[in-house]
Structure formats: C-alpha cells, structure tokens
Ligand binder design. Structure first.
Ligand code: ZN
Length: 309
C-alpha cells in the first residue's frame, strides 16, 4: 500500500494523431490528491475538463476515447497505460486537439516524459480495488476474466494464423519497473490488408511504419524489425493496462485475457464497478471516497481545471 502520486513538474510532447493525422500535443501537469487523470481542452476558454472514467467512454472501433463537457479525446490508451504503469494517480493532461499524439505507437515516449517530469508522493493514501471473487466476460471465442490474487497480474494470450505470431502468451507482474522494461516499448500492430482497408476508408491517417508494425504474409514490412519476438502480445497487455485504468484506481487481482480487445476490456471495467460484492477497497482514506468511487469509478470530477500558465 502506498500514498497517491503525481508528477513533480510539467512536461510536453507533440506529434500527430494516429487516426486524424493532425498535429497535436499534450502537456502533463501535477494535480492535487483525489483528482485522478483529467484531460483539459486547451481550445476551451474555461479549460473544460474530462475525467478519465468509464462513464465518459465512447464506443469506438479502433481506439479508446472519452467524451463529455463539450469535447472528445481519442487514442488515449497508450498514454493512460504509461500513467497507470508508472504509478501516476493524479495528473492534468492539456490536449490541443481531439487526439493524443501516437508518437512511436508504443508507451515508451510517455514513460520517458513521466521520468523526465519526476514522480512525487502526495499526502493522501491511494485506494486499491481488491478482487475477492471472479468476474468474467465471454463473447464467442473472446474472453477476459479477473480473479483474486495477492498481487496485480495480467496473463494475455493471442492467436493469429501468421508465422510470426501463431499463439503468444505473456504473464506480466505489474510494477513500474516491469512496465518500463517489458511492456512500454511494444508498438501498435496491424495486418497489411487491414491497414490498407483503413486507409481506403480515410482512417488511420497518421499511421506510418514509424508508429505501426505492419505484418505482411510472412513477416513485417518495417525494416527495423521487431523490438521483441512477442511484441504483439506485449502490446495487447499495454492496451489492457490503459483500458483497465478507466476503473479510476489500481486493481489487485489477476486478469486473464484471451483474444480480447478494447470493447471487452471496458466491459470488464463496467462489470467490476456494477458488482461491488465481488471486491473491497483497501487503503481508502475516507468512507466517502470509497462510496463515490464504488458508484462512479472515479473520485473527483471537476468541470473545469486551472489552465497551464
Ligand atoms: Zn494499442
């Protein structure tokens, strides 16, 4: 058990949106205890805010997006994974467009950004959601399940009839160090035909071989090759860590996923929050925080936030 954590200073990065292809930048700023992660619309005079919580999630096919208070931000999952993976509980994220920059298609640039800002402990305890009974979502051959465990863990399996993938399974013990070294570097991937179909539909406009691993019939098109032999399943874990952060706090349990994806991940979050008999909150400072969190999956939802100076 630990106290809440935020950034020690303010940091910025810029790039393009994976789907819009438009320039965009984010500024990560320290936030007070019990804020959670809150996006701030830089194009709003009042600094309109959108907290990262399951109730703001909008169904999208290709990425994770949230909407509310007059704006929408998409492709947030890799940034959320980096914040969650590195133990950042509270942060403001000023965003200049409707999408988070894709950077190199992994979470590594965001990890380096967080490390350059520094991480500081705050004076409030960080609640943890500890799973006491299994919760499972099954949809055809896809499934995701969370079950009791003394530590946070994720085991993910994927299956593709491709010589570089076939079946890949990865068991991940959650920690900032393991996130940085095992998960953060794994990039987004797609199959050549799918990627071409997306481009034909005017989607994925920011996608290039610099931010997406593209699989051909028997290999990858990227000349630089893979960062790990099992980079694909590691990236699925990265996505899951980002999606599960919509819970609004860290979990203690074992997530087992097989052929899962953004939609199933977020349904798991919804199922967890609607079944409070299956978990307990540990390390909560006050019963009010626990009750609000249990009901809304987030602790504190300002409509506006102080803008960056
Ligand atoms: Zn991803």
């Amino acid at each position: 058990m630990r106290n809440q954590q935020t950034l020690a200073s303010t940091v910025t990065c810029s790039g393009v949106g994976l789907h819009s292809g438009q320039p965009t930048s984010i500024t990560l700023r320290p936030a007070p205890p019990d804020t959670g992660v809150v996006f701030v619309n830089c194009n709003s005079d009042v600094g309109a805010c959108l907290s990262v919580s399951i109730e703001h999630r909008v169904p999208t096919e290709l990425c994770t997006a949230i909407m509310g208070n007059g704006f929408q931000v998409q492709t947030i999952e890799h940034l959320l994974a980096a914040l969650s993976g590195m133990g950042i509980d509270n942060a403001f994220v000023d965003v200049t467009a409707t999408e988070v920059p894709v950077m190199d298609g992994s979470a590594a640039p965001f990890v380096r950004l967080i490390q350059s800002a520094g991480v500081v402990a705050q004076d409030q305890k960080q609640p943890f959601l500890k799973i006491m009974a299994p919760i499972e979502i099954i949809e055809g051959s896809k499934r995701v399940r969370i079950e009791p465990s003394s530590t946070p863990r994720i085991t993910y399996s994927i299956h593709y009839p491709h010589p570089l993938i076939k079946t890949q399974t990865y068991a991940y013990d959650c920690s900032a160090s393991a996130f940085e070294h095992e998960i953060a570097e794994a990039r987004t991937f797609g199959f050549l035909q799918e990627v071409q179909a997306l481009w034909a539909r005017g989607l994925g406009k920011g996608g290039t071989l610099d931010n997406t691993v593209v699989l051909s019939g028997d290999g990858v098109i990227n000349q630089s090759g893979l960062r790990f032999d099992d980079e694909f399943v590691r990236h699925k874990i990265l996505d899951l860590i980002g999606d599960i952060s919509l819970l609004g706090m860290p979990f203690i349990g074992h997530i087992v996923a097989d052929r899962s994806g953004h939609a199933l991940h977020t349904r798991l979050v919804q199922q967890i929050l609607t079944q409070p008999d299956k978990w307990v909150l540990l390390n909560a400072d006050s019963p009010a925080v626990a009750t609000h969190t249990a009901t809304y999956g987030t602790r504190h939802q300002p409509a506006v936030a102080p803008k960056a100076s």
